[in-house]
Structures are given as structure tokens and as C-alpha cells.
Design a binder for this molecule. Structure first.
Ligand SMILES: Cc1ncc(COP(=O)(O)O)c(C=O)c1O
Length: 406
């Protein structure tokens, strides 16, 4: 390999040309809405911000206390161990066993991450070659598709519609797609639709991926946020799933720790090692202080999670009841922390509707189009404010004449 000498002059054109991959993930339209929101806020407008899925609830006291202790330990100022702290991985393994009755080796089947989002991108760089294909149910959490696009791969979107309860129709996937696909994402409870799936769906998707030799990726970000008595399952509750699957877990939603940037991935050891290879070549691992503090979160009882889920369930109910009064009669989300709201007439796109919500009612939401092709007829409302504020948001919509007239 020849390395160009530093003295060799670079042309101006080469210097300014950014990598092609940046053009595969355009986000400027949505950045525009965000800038408009900030402009309003600067002017002192009380914007009800229901855009990002960033929990407004406090992080657990036990984690905060442990963090204060950990920050005073000089050992934690050094680089963390590449594979993550052993005690973190042991605690993660025990939690997976307590919660889902599954066995995962702390040695090679668990890796701490600086958030699932980072891990999912690293996964794509570890698996996807230019031109490779990933199957992604759509609408999707953006990085499920964008990781593959950044790695130069292609995405096959499987429509999630109200008619199919936002569960993909596995029988509709062409065999040519299954033959080519390297990755298949699933994520239930689902962002942005709020849908949940039953265990039988997990069994079917494991079977399909085994048969077609596709790596199945379960993103279980909302495992503890389920409503009306539902319980989410790990993919590893399905026999033999470890042969072909990995699963992402995050502290962001369960423990309201989105800003702490801590998550972990579990499952097939070969794939965990591949993510590790990318991670260690781009990063030193999760900050020791954060790992030490987060271990405490694993000791929080499962019944505490039910209380958190109840808060979101009540918020959901407040919003759905009030939205119904102004024309929206929509399916009840079984989990996660979102309302997936159809765009009413006369708005031509999810962007137009979001813009109206922002400027006429001072409510910030996310246009469904940013969650993929099959999101375009919706906007996403995140239930990240108190019931009173959510209720006020719907009052503002009504006052601004924003009702469902389709
Ligand atoms: C499905 C899903 N996965 C992952 C994440 C992000 O997780 P983290 O904060 O660990 O990067 C989100 C955030 O909204 C999400 O909705």
C-alpha cells in the first residue's frame, strides 16, 4: 500500500469533497423543523416538546449515588477494559436470566456499548459490504436502516401497516430478497408505532432467519415499557436463536438514562466479537464511571419497571381519549412511549402536518417520513411530558382547528 506523501499538493476539489456515504443519509429537512422549534423557544414561546424519545423521568437514585462514588475513584480515570468491566457483564448476564430465563456467557456473549445506536451502526460496519442487503420493517428506528446505508449496503423495507397490526407479513418477502439479505431487524415493543408482538411471531422469524441464513437483530429497547399486562420476550427465549441472533438492550428507556449513553448487546459470540473489532478500532469502550454506576440499575426490582410503564400507560390513555374527541380513533399502542398519529386532511405530507403542529399549536413532533417510506402518512408523538402538558397539547390542537377530518 502506498501512502501519499504529506508534501504532495491536494487539489481544492479533493479537499472539499465529503465521503459519498454522507449523501445516503439525508436529514436536512428534519433539521429544519428542529431549527424552527429552537427559534420559537428562543423567542420565549412555550413549545410542548414531544419530538425526541428522551425520557423526562429521573434516573434511578441508586445509580446517581454510585456514580458520585465512582467519580472519586482514580482507577476509573483510566481507559476502560476493551471488553467492558467483568462485573458489568456478570450483572447483565444475571439480569437477562432473572428477566427472561436465558443464559448468556459474560465472557463472550455480552458487550457493553455507549448506547444501542452506536452498537447498531458498528454492527452494520462489521457485517455489511457495499451492495449487501438488510431487511428492515418500516417505519423503523432510523439507525436500523441508516447503519446499513452508511456501510454502503441496501435496505429492503417491509411495510408495517395498521391493517397488519404493524407486524411484518413474513410470507410476503420475496425469496430473492431472503437469498440476498444478511441482516433482518425486528423491534417490539416498537418505535414509532407502539405495537407489540406475540411469542409466535418471534418463533416464526427465528425459523425464517435460520432457514435463509440471515443474522436476526432484535432491538429490545422498550422491553420494560409494556402496557395492559403485556410482557415482552427476549429473542433468546426461542430455542436455538443464539445460532443466528443478537439482541440490543439499553438503559435509556427502562431507567430513564438516555443521556448516560449506556447499553449492551448479547447473543451469538461470533457476531459479538465482530462488533467488538469495530468498536475497539474506533473507541476505547464505555466510561468506567458510567459502567460502575449502571451496574446498580440491574438490582432494581422488576416491579419498579412496572411502575414506570404505568406512567407511560396513563399518559397514553390521556392522549388517546382526548385525540378521540377531535376525530382520531387509532389503535391503542401496547408498549414503548409513542402515539403514531395519522396525518389528517388537508396536509400533504407528514412534514407539512408537523410544521402546522409546531407553528399553529406550538407542539414539536417528528414527521413519520423520517422513519422510512411507510411512515410518511403519520407523525410521531413521544409521551415525554406530564399528563397535564399532553392534555394541553391536544387542547391547543383543537383551538388551532387541527382535527382529524379524513
Ligand atoms: C428502537 C430503539 N432502539 C434504540 C434506541 C436508542 O438507544 P440508545 O439510547 O441506547 O442509543 C432507541 C431510541 O429511541 C430506539 O427507539
Amino acid at each position: 500500500m502506498t501512502i501519499k506523501s504529506e508534501e504532495e499538493p491536494k487539489s481544492q476539489k479533493e479537499f472539499l469533497k465529503l465521503a459519498d456515504r454522507l449523501s445516503y443519509v439525508p436529514s436536512y429537512i428534519f433539521a429544519k423543523l428542529d431549527a424552527e422549534k429552537q427559534e420559537l423557544q428562543k423567542k420565549g414561546v412555550d413549545v410542548i416538546d414531544l419530538s425526541l424519545g428522551s425520557p423526562d423521568l429521573p434516573s434511578p437514585e441508586v445509580v446517581i449515588e454510585e456514580c458520585i462514588k465512582a467519580v472519586k475513584e482514580p482507577i476509573n480515570y483510566r481507559y476502560p477494559p476493551f471488553w467492558g468491566q467483568t462485573k458489568f457483564k456478570q450483572a447483565a448476564s444475571e439480569w437477562m436470566n432473572k428477566r427472561f430465563s436465558v443464559n448468556l456467557s459474560p465472557e463472550n456473549e455480552i458487550l457493553p456499548l455507549s448506547g444501542s445506536k452506536e452498537g447498531i451502526t458498528h454492527l452494520a460496519f462489521a457485517i455489511i459490504n457495499p451492495g449487501d442487503l438488510t431487511i428492515v420493517p418500516s417505519p423503523y428506528y432510523p439507525v436500523h436502516a441508516r447503519g446499513t446505508l452508511l456501510a454502503g449496503g441496501m435496505v429492503h423495507e417491509l411495510p408495517l401497516t395498521e391493517k397488519n397490526n404493524f407486524i411484518p407479513d413474513l410470507d410476503s418477502i420475496p425469496q430473492s430478497v431472503l437469498d440476498k439479505a444478511k441482516l433482518f431487524f425486528i423491534s417490539y415493543p416498537n418505535n414509532p408505532t407502539g405495537a407489540t408482538c406475540d411469542f409466535e411471531f418471534l418463533e416464526r422469524v427465528v425459523h425464517l432467519c435460520k432457514k435463509n441464513q440471515i443474522l436476526l437483530v432484535s432491538d429490545l429497547a422498550y422491553s420494560e415499557l409494556t402496557f395492559d399486562g403485556r410482557i415482552a420476550h427476549s429473542i433468546f427465549e426461542v430455542d436455538g436463536a443464539k445460532d443466528i441472533a443478537i439482541e440490543f438492550h439499553t438503559f435509556s428507556k427502562t431507567y430513564s438514562m438516555a443521556g448516560w449513553r449506556i447499553a449492551f448487546v448479547v447473543g451469538n459470540s461470533k457476531i459479538i466479537s465482530a462488533i467488538y473489532e469495530i468498536k475497539t478500532n474506533t473507541d476505547y469502550g464505555v466510561c468506567n464511571i458510567i459502567q460502575s454506576a449502571s451496574i446498580k440499575a440491574f438490582s432494581i426490582s422488576l416491579s419498579e419497571h412496572k411502575k414506570t410503564a404505568k406512567i407511560y400507560e396513563e399518559r397514553r390513555d390521556v392522549m388517546l381519549t382526548k385525540l378521540k374527541k377531535i376525530g382520531w380513533n387509532i389503535p391503542t399502542p401496547g408498549g414503548a412511549m409513542y402515539i403514531w398519529l395519522p396525518v389528517p386532511k388537508p396536509y400533504k405530507s407528514s412534514f407539512d402536518f408537523c410544521s402546522a403542529l409546531l407553528h399553529k399549536a406550538h407542539i414539536a413532533t417528528i414527521p413519520g417520513g423520517s422513519f422510512g417510506t411507510y411512515g410518511e402518512d403519520y407523525v410521531r408523538i413521544a409521551l415525554v411530558d406530564k399528563k397535564e402538558r399532553l392534555s394541553l397539547a391536544v387542547d391547543r390542537m383543537e383551538k388551532a382547528g387541527i382535527v382529524f377530518l379524513r
